[in-house]
Write a new protein. Structure first.
Length: 125
């Protein structure tokens, strides 16, 4: 599967933990598609059968950090983007209004097993 809106930079530490970081800032018309892509990716990860999301240093196989801002022209408004693994939904508050542009950053980290599955599924480095 190819990702349309998320382009990841990848890094790996000496213990084999892999981290992918993406920053997306699409035009306002593409905000719903970006949110669907992020939701799809996080639903996939949560249904993979590995432990997580959760702190890797406490035994989880994967974790993520999701941050959002809305840009209204000259101002930016902090937003909360919350993924609910049990329902497979992503909530964004406040919702973008006409002309607001969403800036979203997503960091995923995982063990070597998660990293292998992630690379196979999403075709990322």
């Amino acid at each position: 599967m190819d990702l349309q809106y998320l382009e990841f930079d990848c890094s790996e530490d000496t213990e084999g933990t892999v981290c992918w970081d993406a920053l997306a800032h699409p035009v306002a018309a593409h905000t719903p598609a970006l949110l669907r892509e992020v939701t799809q990716l996080l639903v996939w990860a949560s249904r993979l059968g590995l432990s997580g999301p959760g702190p890797l240093d406490e035994g989880a196989d994967w974790d993520f950090d999701l941050q959002a801002k809305l840009h209204t022209g000259s101002d930016s408004i902090p937003a909360s983007a919350v993924f609910h693994p049990e329902s497979g939904s992503l909530a964004l508050h406040p919702q973008p209004q006409n002309g607001h542009m969403l800036e979203l950053s997503l960091s995923l980290s995982g063990t070597p097993g998660f990293a292998d599955a992630f690379r196979q599924q999403w075709g990322t480095p």
